[in-house]
Design a binder for this molecule. Structure first.
Ligand SMILES: Nc1nc2c(ncn2[C@@H]2O[C@H](COP(=O)(O)OP(=O)(O)O)[C@@H](O)[C@H]2O)c(=O)[nH]1
Ligand SMILES: [Mg+2]
Length: 443
């Protein structure tokens, strides 16, 4: 099947790009241009026509990428046309009339690229992350992984694991040959090393996922302190109802923001107080849960607030910035209990000190997460494969004696498989190759 799709964004644009991939690509070119394909990979001006009546659709740039030197590895072409809905529809409609051509599924170009070995799974995922990145740190993370940083790490760990496996398998296949002592010792030190490396990667406080999905920040505190006002200010929209009536916000209201380069999911929550209203009580429960799961809490109080520690447990307070809002009303009556936590004084109404609050939030996120060691994983999929890999390595490590190696080999095979699944590599042939290339059995 030959697939086609609009690869640039929908809507009116200066230029739109329609991509075609598959064995019929050349037919598509010939049919639309009434000429043979231009020189490969050279942008060429062409007229694009309907196929039935030769009516001119548009004039634009055509690039022809014969396979395998293309993104998907198949024959490909790009039609750069004027970006109107009518032009794009007409080109696509014309291509659809050519035998063997159909509209691409979502992600299909990249899927074919993966199937043809042009890119690995990590790269495919990071391409999608790069496309959907909204902030600078998301872009940086995606491009690092796209350029192979994580793939190299996992491929190198995997090759080392395959080498251990080949040593173990050699011992099973040729039990009468004594394995040199240093090889046996090496099996154990290498396994320790690999397990340690993977555990280090796993022990990353989920920074990669957090950057990809957004840092979770919960705005919490007593009723009427100005939580909803703060959410509206930070998101520059009126998404939460602001009112002097205590208990207005009951549901959790979320906003995805780019906070000066940081991807953030900001949640406004119900004000915490003792309430008899069932619905409000549910909202308060949700608020406390948000505070527990958040990466960072902003606890909003008023100058007259007496204390806040009844509401939150120690661990929620530890990851919090304490904010006294309504400082325009005067800040003389701050209780000692609150003063101790070094609060920042703001006024959402008078827009006082809000830049300082944003700086403080950014500082907090930076210290907590960004300065941590290198990030190699960005999805739950990576994490669960790594965890499975470690589990099997642990099982292998329990098998100390040579007699157990039979079962141990299976542990290692599974460990290799899980590690391979991250980059999308699962291949037993490699194990065989590694045995016979590297291991001079001599028989
Ligand atoms: N004086 C003053 N009033 C504020 C400030 N921020 C919010 N308010 C008012 O406080 C009331 C409660 O605000 P709201 O954002 O709904 O508080 P929430 O219950 O914590 O979500 C509203 O009447 C706001 O206009 C502020 O900085 N100064
Ligand atoms: Mg509110």
């Amino acid at each position: 099947m030959t697939i086609y799709a609009l690869s640039s964004g929908p809507g009116i644009a200066g230029i739109s790009v329609i991509r075609v991939s598959g064995s019929k690509t050349k037919d598509v070119i010939v049919n639309l241009t009434k000429q043979k394909a231009p020189e490969p990979r050279v942008a060429t001006l062409r007229k694009f026509n309907k196929i039935n009546n030769n009516e001119l659709i548009d004039e634009g740039i055509l690039i022809w990428f014969p396979g395998p030197y293309s993104y998907t590895g198949e024959d490909m072409a790009e039609f750069h046309v004027h970006g109107s809905k009518a032009v794009v529809d007409s080109i696509q409609d014309t291509i659809s009339k050519i035998d063997g051509c159909r509209l691409a599924d979502p992600g299909e170009f990249t899927k074919i690229a993966f199937q043809n070995g042009k890119i690995n799974l990590l790269k495919a995922e990071s391409i999608s992350d790069l496309i959907s990145s909204e902030t600078e740190i998301q872009r940086q993370q995606a491009i690092k992984i796209m350029s192979g940083k994580s793939s190299e790490k996992f491929n190198s760990l995997r090759s080392r694991l395959i080498k251990i496996l080949s040593n173990v398998e050699a011992k099973i296949d040729f039990p009468e040959d004594d394995l040199p002592d240093d090889i046996l010792e090496n099996i154990h030190t290498e396994t320790d090393y690999i397990r340690n490396e993977i555990e280090k990667i796993l022990n990353d406080r989920r920074v990669g996922e957090r950057i990809r999905e957004g840092f979770k920040i919960a705005i919490v505190g007593p009723t009427n302190a100005g939580k909803s006002s703060l959410l509206n200010y930070l998101s520059r929209r009126d998404i939460a109802i602001v009112s002097e009536i205590a208990g207005t916000t009951r549901d959790v209201i979320e906003a995805h923001l780019n906070l000066d380069g940081f991807p953030v999911i900001l949640s406004d929550t119900a004000g915490i107080r003792v309430s008899k209203n069932e619905i409000e009580k549910k909202g308060i429960k949700l608020a406390l849960k948000k505070a527990k799961n958040a990466d960072l809490n902003i606890i909003v109080l008023e100058p007259k607030s007496q204390d806040f520690r009844d509401f939150f447990n120690e661990s929620a307070i530890k990851k919090s910035i304490l904010v006294i809002n309504k400082s325009d009303l005067g800040v003389n009556e701050i209780s000692n209990e609150i003063e101790k936590y070094n609060p920042i004084f703001i006024s959402v109404k008078k827009e006082k000190n809000l830049d300082q609050l944003i700086d403080l939030i950014k500082e907090n996120l930076k210290n907590k997460f960004i300065s941590s060691e290198d990030i190699y994983i960005t999805r739950e999929r990576h994490r669960s494969n790594l965890k499975n890999c470690v589990e099997h390595l642990k099982n292998f490590q329990k098998k100390k004696s040579l007699e157990d190696f039979d079962k141990g080999a299976e542990d290692l095979r599974l460990a290799v498989r899980y590690l391979g699944m991250i980059v999308g590599k699962v291949d037993v042939e490699e194990v065989l190759g590694s045995i016979f290339n590297d291991f001079c059995i001599g028989k």
